[in-house]
Design a protein around this ligand. Structure first.
Ligand SMILES: Cc1cc2nc3c(=O)[nH]c(=O)nc-3n(C[C@H](O)[C@H](O)[C@H](O)COP(=O)(O)OP(=O)(O)OC[C@H]3O[C@@H](n4cnc5c(N)ncnc54)[C@H](O)[C@@H]3O)c2cc1C
Length: 428
């Protein structure tokens, strides 16, 4: 429904899920919305996220859902109160996209794809009047005095046709984090924000892989192979032990995969605190320690220990290679030591992979600098949303859910800001 601030112009900068949601919210309030993105088309990371199956949100109850945001739970909860996982699924349905809950509880569109959803959404936004300006890279604020309103809203863009300054009544930034910069979010906004004294927590890799000092043999023979099932035991910086089961992937440089991603924030913080971290791999998570000891110590006749392990415990291939990689040869002659290692194989992780390779980014604009509507308090009329804010979450749909929700909250905030300004103007 058009509001009293009909003629106000709002710039949304960044056309990922957060920016598009902000644009949709603003156009719905009768404002003029111009969306700028540095890339030739919007939603590139969103499309990439949909490559292996578009996991848009999760079906678990709200309390465990919110726990995925860790220390930022209190900041994300009010956003999800406004637009949580159920609202997101209903909104998708309105877009003509049905969803289903997978066996893991994750929620996907029925066709698993991101592209049809993005197409339908962009069509709806264009029809509603959102104007898209591609290949417009925001490069800061114009400092020269002009007639474009307060300095906070004179936005500078670099385009193929040269540099432009665009006046705007309010701005929503949704510029993303620093992962996969070739898809557009290259974190070039960080120095632009810090130059305006906006506090930005350093960007760090989240949902990322970690380096392991593999031997050339292991790297050449096993890189690219999954280890499954496997469980990881990890002690976090607060000395709390975490155990989780799943699948990891050996890479040329170390390890990655869903189980590593799920623990990546804790692993990263331990490495930051101690320089490295040793996790324990349980190669047979379905079996008790006693059972493993019993099987390993069972008489094996003339069989080699390797074929004994394969026959009794199903340990062969990459799991056996990991035992050989990490244990000294003499450990294979000591059944008790070997059994212990099978249940808790120490693996030393030395470094997180660079943020450019990570699925998402930790760090960003500090929530303390924002009001409840995600406006930067010291820059009235400037709002922020999505992954550029200082929060992180594991994969599982939690990232996109919070991006959509924050885009909507920032969009509503900008509309309310302009409304209030207009009311003030009318009453003076
Ligand atoms: C491989 C991969 C798989 C993923 N899988 C999942 C998943 O299954 N589930 C899930 O929830 N999440 C997943 N994610 C994460 C999810 O895609 C992101 O969290 C989400 O896209 C972030 O949305 P955003 O709108 O904040 O930023 P982005 O989607 O990064 O969009 C930011 C936009 O801003 C533009 N931009 C940046 N700087 C400028 C500038 N200076 N001027 C103009 N424009 C600019 C960029 O071009 C980009 O279009 C995945 C990510 C990756 C890389």
């Amino acid at each position: 429904m058009p509001s009293s601030s009909d003629s106000a112009r709002v710039a949304v900068i960044g056309g990922g899920p957060a920016g598009l949601m902000a644009a949709e919210t603003l156009i719905g309030r009768g404002l003029q919305v111009d969306l700028y993105d540095s890339m030739p088309s919007v939603g590139r990371k969103f499309l990439m996220a949909g490559k292996g199956g578009m996991n848009i949100t999760h079906s678990e109850p709200l309390d465990p859902f919110l726990s995925r945001y860790g220390a930022r739970r209190v900041r994300i909860a009010p956003l999800l109160d406004v637009f949580g996982p159920d609202a997101l699924r209903a909104w998708l349905q309105g877009l003509g996209i049905e969803t289903f809950v997978g066996s893991s509880g994750r929620v996907f569109p029925t066709d698993m794809k991101a592209a049809p959803m993005l197409r339908a959404w962009l069509h709806r936004l264009r029809e509603a009047g959102v104007r898209f300006h591609m290949r417009h890279k925001w490069t800061g604020w114009a400092t020269d005095p002009g007639d474009g309103g307060p300095a906070a809203h004179r936005l500078r863009f670099t385009t193929p046709d040269g540099d432009h300054t665009v006046p705007s009544d309010a701005v929503v930034f949704a510029l993303g984090g620093a992962s996969w910069p070739r898809l557009g979010s290259d974190a070039a906004w960080v120095p632009l924000m810090t130059a305006r004294d906006v506090p930005v927590t350093p960007l760090r890799p989240a949902n990322c892989g970690f380096d392991v000092d593999w031997s050339p043999y292991l790297r050449e023979r096993f890189a690219g192979q999954p280890v499954k099932p496997v469980a990881i035991s990890l002690t976090d910086v607060d000395n709390k032990v975490h155990n989780r089961q799943g699948e990891i992937l050996l890479t040329e440089t170390g390890v990655e995969g869903n189980l590593i991603y799920a623990l990546s924030a804790m692993i990263r913080e331990r490495i930051a605190a101690d320089g490295e971290v040793t996790i324990a791999l349980d190669l047979v998570p379905g079996l008790t320690q006693e059972r493993v000891v019993a099987e390993v110590t069972r008489p094996r006749g003339s069989r080699s220990m390797s074929s004994h392990l394969h026959g009794r415990l199903g340990i062969g291939g990459i799991k056996l290679a990991l035992l050989h990689e990490i244990l000294p040869q003499e450990a294979f002659a000591d059944a008790h030591r070997l059994a212990q290692a099978i249940k808790a194989l120490p693996l030393r992780l030395t470094r997180a992979r660079p943020v450019a390779e990570a699925i998402s980014t930790a760090g960003g604009i500090a929530f303390d600098a924002l009001d409840a509507h995600l406006m930067i308090e010291q820059l009235p009329g400037v709002f922020c949303a999505g992954e550029m804010l200082d929060w992180e979450a594991p994969t599982g749909g939690y990232l996109l859910t919070a991006c959509f929700a924050s885009g909507l909250v920032a969009g509503r905030g900008a509309a309310a800001f302009l409304d209030a300004r207009k009311r003030r103007g009318a009453s003076t």
